[in-house]
Design a protein around this ligand. Structure first.
Ligand code: PDD
Length: 290
């Protein structure tokens, strides 16, 4: 496995960053998780755009422009001979003296890890997962804004630990106003009476690329979608629930805490199918453009 660090490839064992890296010292960094299907990185532009948005929100100048990032990702895939891949792009503030001041770090540390994509067990899609509403709240947007895809992930790690203790696959955090926000690595949707609802960005969540696509697909299918706040009680009363992210795509939920939900529900199946079609359509369009 060859890892990209600031323009150079290193074997996994030699791929190291400094203990003075502010990503390590302070969690001062951002990242993206992407997925390649058959050699094509799905919604690459959207992920690059979000990386740039995260960088902007933390006042960090990225060392590469759009084309440079895209090239580095593709180089990492080909170096590793990968077609179906999990890709992790991490950019930390860089190496510098101990101290909080970002100016101590002249050069960001830009890392790309790509490894073969391992599918989630099909059983999870067939039967659905259990999710747990956790005690810890999602960061308030005026503290560490969840819109930044930050490597400062302790909020989500605490939620993950709670979820694990509850025997759940994913932990769902409420926001400061006690409304449902998002999972530790996913966005959440629910279906009630044939209509779809998902928390709005102002609930304090990451603007998931998959979330955006699911909203778009639902609209095309003439399924009503509401971006609106809802409570834990409403979630438990839903007809269907699913979570989304780049690697899982659409994952049906069969249990919210101890409340059973029929999974996978009708709309969940329709949307999951539409998502798979969209991936195929995207691949075809890219192949034609090559
Ligand atoms: N996580 N919310 C949070 C907090 C996330 O970390 C993620 C993604 C999402 C979904 O975003 P997208 O649809 O763009 O993948 C929502 C990635 C998969 C991760 O942490 O590896």
């Amino acid at each position: 496995m060859q890892i990209y660090i600031n323009g150079t490839f290193y074997p996994k064992e030699e791929a190291k960053v400094s203990v003075f890296d502010h990503g390590y010292l302070y969690g001062d960094g951002i990242y993206e998780t992407l997925r390649a299907y058959d050699g094509y990185v799905f919604h690459l532009d959207e992920h690059i755009e979000r990386l740039e948005h995260s960088a902007k929100l933390m006042e960090m100048a990225l060392p590469l422009d759009d084309d440079g990032i895209s090239q580095a990702i593709h180089d990492t895939l080909s170096r590793n001979g990968l077609k179906d891949a999990y890709i992790r792009v991490s950019v930390s503030r860089g190496t510098g003296e101990i101290g909080l001041d970002p100016e101590l770090c002249p050069v960001p540390t830009f890392v790309i890890i790509a490894k073969p994509f391992v599918d989630y067990p099909t059983e999870l899609y067939e039967k659905g997962i259990k999710i747990a509403i956790v005690e810890i709240r999602r960061n308030h947007p005026e503290t560490l804004n969840p819109a930044i895809k930050s490597t400062n992930f302790l909020n989500n790690i605490f939620a993950k630990m709670e979820a694990k203790r509850a025997g759940a696959f994913e932990g769902i955090m409420l926001n400061h106003g006690h409304f449902v926000a998002e999972g530790t690595i996913s966005n959440i949707f629910m279906v009630k009476n044939g209509e779809l609802a998902t928390p709005p960005l102002i609930a304090g969540i990451l603007e998931g690329v998959t979330r955006g696509l699911v909203i778009e697909l639902a609209e095309k299918l003439e399924i009503k979608v509401y971006e609106e706040m809802f409570t834990e009680a409403a979630l438990k009363d839903a007809d269907e629930v699913f979570i989304t992210n780049t690697t899982m795509e659409i994952m049906p939920v069969r249990e919210v805490d101890d409340k059973s939900i029929g999974a996978p529900g009708r709309l969940t199946k329709i949307l999951a199918e539409a998502y798979r079609h969209e991936v195929q359509r995207y691949l075809k369009a890219r192949k034609r453009a090559d």
